[in-house]
Design a protein around this ligand. Structure first.
Ligand code: 7PM
Length: 295
């Protein structure tokens, strides 16, 4: 706790304790199943608000539902990383996520992560009550690295090849596992140099972000190699198009396959699972944990 909060900016309402990633992962290990991060999209295409402000009310209701279903973390994102998505300004992104973070903080104790790449959004989200940062760009944008270090919050570093708009056009690797692992290790070291404690960093191979199905499957099959670096690993496989590539299912018919992929990631050492379908995933993880325990 103290290491994660040293050097932290003042937490404005005094009601957002520092989130200790190492302690949370250790607690999950004792419990027998990984941390479950529930996805809360507050992009205009996910709530029918016409695009000016996110429907904070609907988003808060969804957050409370995720918490009730057993989410250990709620991941709030206001910038669509969808291939071809429009760029969003810091003001726009904050207008979407800050009211939601504030309202969720007031109404439930589940830690909130902010899914963003912008330093300004990271800072304002944490000041509003977010407990950790989740960045698909692994803190490569201007100021992001120093901002996270100064805020004293844990961070998820994700691998992405290319840019969201074009990343799926021709993903190419000589050795995807080695290249993704090497990139993440380099970003983790950069974080540590900037002052983020080693045990407050999680790594994520970034399924679907500049990867073919074959790349995604190689990364999942070899997820243990990433976990063996010694950082907690986050796996985000929920409802992704790699499922459609395998079994041709529409987004809302990918729940069973998503749960299967979550279990596969857990079996290979994932410490955090980022999912839409929290209830289904937690059911599957809990019975799997009982099988592993054998009592
Ligand atoms: C369209 C395309 C909408 C892709 C949403 C997405 C991850 C993430 C996302 C992930 C971490 C999604 C993605 N995916 N953060 N943010 N890991 N750390 O499918 O895999 O949710 S957005």
């Amino acid at each position: 706790m103290s290491t994660a909060s040293e050097g932290a900016l003042p937490r404005p309402h005094g009601r957002c304790p520092a989130f200790d990633l190492r302690a949370a992962v250790a607690g999950a290990r004792t419990r027998g199943w990984p941390l479950v991060m529930g996805i809360l999209n507050v992009t205009p295409d996910s709530f029918s608000d016409g695009g000016r402000f996110a429907d904070a009310g609907g988003a808060v209701e969804q957050a409370l539902r995720l918490a009730q279903q057993g989410a250990d973390i709620i991941d709030v994102g206001g910038e669509s990383t969808r291939p071809g998505a429009m760029a969003v300004s810091e003001e726009q992104e904050c207008a979407r996520v800050l009211p939601v973070i504030d309202a969720v903080r007031a109404r439930c104790g589940v830690p909130i992560s902010i899914d963003t790449s912008k330093a300004g959004v990271m800072r304002r989200a944490v000041e509003t009550g977010a407990a950790l940062v989740n960045d698909v760009r692994a803190l490569r944008d201007a100021g992001a690295l120093d901002t996270v270090a100064a805020l004293g919050v844990p961070v998820v570093l994700m691998h992405m090849q290319g840019e969201p708009r074009t990343m799926q056009q021709a993903p190419r690797y000589d050795d995807v596992v080695r290249e993704v692992t090497g990139f993440l290790l380099e970003r983790a070291r950069a974080c540590e140099t900037a002052g983020v404690p080693h045990d407050q960093i999680a790594l994520d191979p970034g399924f679907g972000f500049g990867k073919t199905l074959a790349h995604n499957l190689a990364l999942l099959k070899n997820l243990r190699a990433l976990a063996d670096l010694g950082y907690p690993v986050l796996a985000g496989l929920s409802r992704k198009s790699m499922i459609a590539q395998m079994i041709d299912r529409a987004v809302d018919a990918r729940v069973h396959a998503s749960v299967a992929l979550a279990l596969a990631a857990a079996a290979r050492g994932a410490a955090i699972l980022r999912v839409h379908d929290v209830a289904a995933t937690v059911d599957a993880l809990r019975v799997t944990a009982r099988v592993q325990a054998g009592d």
